[in-house]
Design a protein. Structure first.
Ligand code: RAM
Length: 348
């Protein structure tokens, strides 16, 4: 299990307090200087790195940005985070355009839609901004590199395995997803459907609803789902906002302990629901490691150490060396299952 950065979380938190440049006041001056200073052979020392999550206010992305900020601090660059309040398909476009005008060295983006931000990213790249996607990819031609948290097959399988185990491998289930266009959730849902069809003939997926990675919408969609499917035995929510909102609903309802809930959640958001018996187990990776790795990858692109070619290698600080795989993708590791026995060991 590669949760290497968990041990340094406290130190990183202090570093972030000083390094974090919040939304709206991105400072691209930093050590690299706004506008980027070219150094021959395609490399630059413009280590102004801007993180653009799907939306602000999501603890998952707060944690990935914390890892990103710690890495940028180690690299001697300038970290900033900007982003929309809500996860709309093209809500990130204006932030991409602003970062391009500011002349940042790299944008590190979790995309709300595979295509909607591509024109803005093309303009950024034409202006020599390196584009790294992480968590949720764009179409591959719109970016230089994608930092993948875990293999999509593995992310799908762990969630299907967990729900099958929790409902005795039979009965109706539903999915509470994030936004309808999210590249990551849609890829995982497709693979979950394939796995259900091939390996779990007695489980029926009756509906997929979209909570838009908004707590209240996810809560309300969960309530509606249970109303319309009285025989529902389980819910999979492959989003940290969705699963915690669904757990909040279940925990005070008559369905608590009767309708199973699993998916992808952060230990801090899920702890109370594991402790009160609403949820047995769920999965995730370490978002802090994901942000940290993404920032190191962005710096390697800026400096010209890598181009995104398969086989390229780079150092990612405490996480060690990584190699670029097919489709300009770098893999962080495997998903990890949290339950009552181990949840106390994690703080993110
Ligand atoms: C939410 C977001 C994010 C996803 C996690 C699991 O925080 O949708 O993109 O990776 O859940």
């Amino acid at each position: 299990m590669k949760f290497a950065r968990k041990r340094v979380a406290a130190v990183a938190a202090i570093a972030v307090a000083t390094a974090l440049v919040l939304s709206g006041c991105a400072d691209t001056g930093g050590s690299g200087g706004g506008g980027g200073s070219e150094e021959g052979s395609g490399g630059s020392d413009n280590l102004a790195i801007t993180f653009l999550p799907k939306s602000l206010g999501n603890p998952y992305f707060d944690t990935s940005s914390k890892g990103g900020a710690a890495a940028v601090e180690e690299l001697g660059g300038t970290f900033s985070e900007v982003g929309p309040a809500e996860s709309g398909p093209d809500a990130q476009v204006s932030y991409i355009n602003t970062a391009t005008q500011q002349g940042v060295g790299a944008l590190v983006v979790s995309a709300n839609d595979p295509k909607a931000i591509c024109d803005a990213l093309d303009e950024a790249r034409a202006a020599n901004v390196k584009v790294v996607t992480f968590d949720s990819d764009t179409n591959p031609e719109c970016r230089d590199l994608f930092i993948n948290q875990a293999d999509a097959d593995g992310i799908a399988k762990i969630q299907v395995d967990l729900i099958a185990e929790q409902i005795g491998d039979a009965g109706e289930i539903a999915i509470v997803s994030a936004t309808a266009n999210a590249t990551n959730q849609n890829a995982w849902i497709e693979k979950m459907k394939e796995l259900l069809a091939s390996d779990h003939p007695d489980i029926t997926l009756v509906e997929t609803v979209y909570g838009d990675d908004d707590e209240q919408i996810s809560f309300d969609k969960t309530a509606a789902l249970l109303q319309s499917h009285p025989n529902l035995k389980g819910i999979i929510s492959p989003t940290t906002i969705g699963i915690s909102a669904a757990a909040r609903y279940l925990s005070t309802s008559d369905y608590k302990g009767k309708v199973a809930l699993t998916g992808l959640g952060t230990p801090n958001q899920m702890r109370e629901y594991v402790e009160d018996g609403t949820v047995t187990s769920f999965a995730l990776w370490n978002p802090e490691d994901l942000g940290y790795l993404s920032a190191y990858a962005a710096a390697a692109l800026i400096k010209g150490d890598i181009t995104g070619k398969e086989g390229d290698t780079f150092e990612a600080g405490e996480l060690g060396e990584f190699t670029v795989g097919p489709d300009a993708t770098v893999l962080l590791g495997d998903p990890f299952v949290f339950d009552k026995e181990n949840i106390g060991e994690f703080d993110f």
